[in-house]
Structures are given as structure tokens and as C-alpha cells.
Design a protein around this ligand. Structure first.
Ligand code: GRG
Length: 300
């Protein structure tokens, strides 16, 4: 049985206070600089809201490893920058070609394709700067490991590889193995990096890193299954992005292959497995357990 989340843990308060910390750090990460138009475009997407799940996972994993989550904030910001970059690029006409993101026009709709591409590039490189040059009080060997994780997740072994297979698969019959490959690389890899990087900053030992790897695989895959489900069941207004997009782009999804009910059962099973991996840390893993539940229970 997966460990239950204690009724004494106030998840709503935890989420609100973590989100406030993250929003403040994101805001400060893009201080006045030139060219002003580039900064405006970067800020437009980075500060457009969003659930901030990735930075919060990073902070929670740092705490579980026994670290001070405030020291993980630059890494948490870096991860949200990589995520935001991937959303900007994903929305471009040459990729998913979308007009709506986080409840407002996509970056390229507001600033044009060229500046959207460059804002994404600047966010990606700023992410590495956050870790390498703006993370005081963290031993260098931990920062080097984090930079290694970021380089893997942002590149061919992570987001880019997943995106390429996703684009290649549009309009084709795709089997469950290929779909899992896409989800694990396009979405799961970054969620895993959030957990692992937070834990590395906090000084996690090998046992904890291994367990967090299992946890992260489960929540990563479940997150994308729920995303596929919400694409069918939720409105654009609630999602803040175009609903029904997978059908329009003729994408294979979990609901398409398994049906809605079976997809939800699969997501619940993955969350259960993810939580089970943390059972040796049941006293201290409450935030990560609750975040796992949040992933399947969310409505956007
Ligand atoms: C250019 C280096 C480089 C990489 C980009 C475009 C691309 C390669 C990858 C696409 C990755 C992508 C957009 C995956 C989808 C992940 C997903 C389900 C995002 C939605 O995440 P939420 O729901 O969004 O957490 P919010 O807005 O809440 O943050």
C-alpha cells in the first residue's frame, strides 16, 4: 500500500507558501536589463502564472534530503525557466502552433516568431546561469551535478528527443511503447530533473536519489496521462490553453489508446507506485506525497 498523506499536513497552505516563494524568485531573476523588448518577452511568459509544479517539486525534494529549500530557489527558478522555454517553443507555428497559453496569447502571437524563439533561448541559457553563477552557499560539486542534469533534460536525451518523436508521430498509428517514450522524454524527464536536482542541492544520499528516481518516473508519466485526459474533458477557459488540441493535431494519446477510464486507472496506479517508493521516508515526505496526489486530482 502506498503511504497515506497525513491529515495534519496542510497541503493548501504548503502550496500557497511555496508558490509565493517561487513567484518572488522568478520575478527577481529577470531584473532590468537590455534589450528591453527581449526582457519583456521573457517576463511575459515566465511570469504568466502556471501551477509552478516543477519548482515546488524541486524545493520539496531539497527539504526531504535535509537541505534548506531557500538555497534551492535558484535551481527551482532554472527548472521553471526551462519549462517556460519549452512551452514557448512548443507553441510556435513550426511545432504545435498554438495561440493560447497560461490564459493569454502565446509568446509568438504577442512578440512575433523571432523574438519568441530568442526569448526561449535566453531563458534556457539563463537557467544555467542561475545554477552556475547565482546559487550562493551550495558546494560546487553539487552545482556541477545539477548542471549535468539540466544539460541532459534540455537536450536530445530529454525534451528535444521527446519533442522530435512526438512531432514525427502526428497523424500516425503509435503504439503504447512509443507513446510512453514520448511522455517520459517530453514531460517526465523535466519533472524527474526537478526532483533529482532539488535532492542533489539538499545533499541526498544514493538510497534517496534512487527512490526519488522511481517516484519521479511515476509522477512524470501520470502527469502526462492526466494532461491527455484534461485535453478531452476540460475547457480552454479552465486549462488556459487550447482544449481538444490532441484530436485536432491527430496525436495518439492515452485516452485514444486505452479510453478515459483505463487511462485514469493507469495514472492512479502510477501515483500509487510513486508514493510507495518513498515509504521509508514516510515521516518527512508528506509534501512530495501530497504533490503526487495533486497531479492526478488537478483540474487544469
Ligand atoms: C529548444 C532545448 C529546446 C527544447 C524544447 C519544444 C520542446 C523542446 C519540447 C516540448 C516540451 C513540452 C511543451 C511538453 C509538454 C509538457 C506539459 C504537459 C506542459 C504543461 O505543464 P503544466 O500543466 O503547465 O505544468 P503550467 O502552465 O501550469 O506550468
Amino acid at each position: 500500500m502506498a503511504p497515506a498523506v497525513s491529515s495534519f499536513f496542510d497541503f493548501a497552505a504548503y502550496l500557497a507558501s511555496s508558490k509565493a516563494l517561487v513567484e518572488d524568485a522568478l520575478d527577481k531573476s529577470l531584473a532590468p536589463e537590455r534589450p528591453e523588448k527581449l526582457r519583456e518577452s521573457m517576463r511575459y511568459s515566465l511570469l504568466a502564472g502556471g501551477k509552478r509544479l516543477r519548482p515546488i517539486l524541486c524545493l520539496a525534494a531539497c527539504e526531504l534530503a535535509g537541505g534548506d529549500s531557500k538555497k534551492a530557489l535558484p535551481t527551482a527558478v532554472a527548472l521553471e525557466m526551462i519549462h517556460t522555454m519549452s512551452l514557448i517553443h512548443d507553441d510556435l507555428p513550426a511545432m504545435d502552433n498554438d495561440d493560447l497559453r497560461r490564459g493569454r496569447p502565446t509568446n509568438h502571437k504577442k512578440f512575433g516568431d523571432a523574438l519568441a524563439i530568442l526569448a526561449g533561448d535566453a531563458l534556457l541559457t539563463r537557467a544555467f546561469e542561475m545554477v552556475a553563477l547565482r546559487s550562493p552557499g551550495i558546494p560546487e560539486e553539487r552545482l556541477i551535478k545539477v548542471i549535468g542534469e539540466l544539460s541532459l533534460v534540455a537536450g536530445a536525451p530529454g525534451l528535444v528527443g521527446g519533442q522530435v518523436v512526438d512531432l514525427e508521430s502526428e497523424g500516425k498509428e503509435v503504439d503504447l511503447d512509443t507513446l510512453e517514450f514520448i511522455h517520459l522524454h517530453k514531460t517526465g524527464a523535466l519533472l524527474k530533473a526537478c526532483v533529482i536536482c532539488g535532492a542533489l542541492i539538499g545533499g541526498a544520499n544514493e538510497d534517496l536519489l534512487k527512490a526519488l528516481g522511481v517516484y519521479a518516473r511515476g509522477i512524470g508519466l501520470a502527469f502526462q496521462i492526466i494532461d491527455d485526459i484534461l485535453d478531452v474533458t476540460a475547457s480552454s477557459e479552465v486549462l488556459g490553453k487550447t482544449a481538444g488540441k490532441d484530436l485536432i493535431a491527430d496525436k495518439t494519446t492515452y485516452p485514444k489508446l486505452l479510453g478515459l477510464e483505463e487511462s485514469r486507472i493507469r495514472a492512479d496506479g502510477l501515483i500509487s507506485e510513486a508514493k510507495k517508493a518513498l515509504s521509508p521516508w514516510h515521516e518527512t515526505s508528506m509534501p512530495l506525497l501530497a504533490l503526487a496526489d495533486y497531479i492526478t486530482n488537478r483540474d487544469r
